[in-house]
Design a protein. Sequence first.
Lengths: 118, 408
Amino acid sequence: VRTVGAVVLACAFAGCATIDPAQQAHAIGSVAAEGALLAHDAAEGSSTATFVREHAEALDRKLAGVRRGVDDRRLATIAARVSANLDRLVAAPADEHVAGAVEHDLELAAGEAQELAR
Amino acid sequence: VSKVFGIALGILAAIGGFVDIGDIVFNVAAGATFGYQLVWAVVVGVGGIVTYAEMCGRVAAVSEKAVFDVIRERLGFSVGLFALGAAQLVNLLTLAAEIGGVAIVLQLLSGLSYRELLVLVVVAAGLVLWLMPFQWIERIFGYCGLALLVFVVAAFKLNPDWGSVARGFVPSMGSGDSWVYAYFVVGLVGAAMVPYEVYFYSSGAIEERWRAKDLGLNRANAFIGYAFGGTLSLALMISAGALLLPKGIEADLLGTVALVAQSPLGTIGLLLALIGMLFAISGAAIDSAFAGAYNVSQFFGWEWGKYRHNAGAPRFTLAWIVMLVLAFAIVVTGVDPILVTELSVVFSVVALPLTYTPILLVANDRAYMGSHANGVLGNVFGIFYLLVLLVIAVAAVPLLVVSNMGQG
């Protein structure tokens, strides 16, 4: 019983529970929406370059964790697009034009991912 | 006038020092997931910590006994040792989470590498613990933590539906996944009542040599300081509910918390949020390192207390150094501090009855407390919260598994 309990807990802690495609789509949509919000503030000059770069990197790392388990081709394409946009934000965190373009594309990606999540 | 001023300063420090990484993580995640539906759980948790902090402070002031003196005396050596082991495990996880959290906030401010910042944080915490007098530690981190009031401003600026917020004060079954909802109830109550706060609070009362004449100060700190501190928790939840939920954003990064203040208030909101988080989480790290050292010293009857200076209480000093080193060893492995935070809060819920039961017993013992023993109201609240804690202690770990750590 203790062994089974330990395995169940270890699975829960390590996040090995099954993740269905809707949950994956929701997670990718969440990262895209948050990236868009971050890019919006960056485009308006309402943030610091350090925060934009570091938080975009953190979002990209979170996305990488989700992408590893994605089988759906449409979802994989959206995730790749989100990651590419976050990379652009990391590379040019103080560029308001880049941030504006990233915001637009991430908003679209968030909408598409949320659509797949339904 | 100077006494009133002193009480006001203590209350301000209690407000600024109320929130730690567990409160930040659970309140923002709950707001992003359930909006304002769990406001009532924050109120329950804050009521619990107010009830038991006041009781611990009163017991310490009247009987001159801190929490683990009481636990060993009331539970005996064997059960007390089990309680000590549980408390130390939770303290260690909490400390590891806080150290990791401080490093992440510094990374968001400076852009330096996380691992380098971990080393810097542990060294800085060690220096503060070694060099700074007790009252300075309590006040400096508490006052600077008041920068978190930016989330109160953010909550208003985000213009939430106040009718829905008001409905959140009434307990409900909630919409959405009920296991996740129940997990957040446990997390929010546990984060508010995390045990290191009462270990630190009651030991602090001994450090500051409170006596029966200081019971007014104790009540002011607990009732006003912690209650207003709870408004910071509510502000975090309401801001997240207003900004993140409509956009479908999950909140499992500390940067997301800062974003909640940045979006409505711009760069100044971002900086105040990061500075507030930095001092609130650092203060909690120092409190939990001290709490670990207080517990083990009180249990084994060693000399303890910052007022004795480091050489005057060598085993106490060694105990907090060991706590810091072990916590560093945990986070330097690369484990996610947010994950450690969630585990520490859930496990602390399991350990809470072992901490609070002996306090309730001693607070009722007229041989110790004389005329300052619990009244009817104190017992009604004390017993109610003990029952709440027993229920959530039993439910905590199963909910952790069933809700997939709140992910559904």
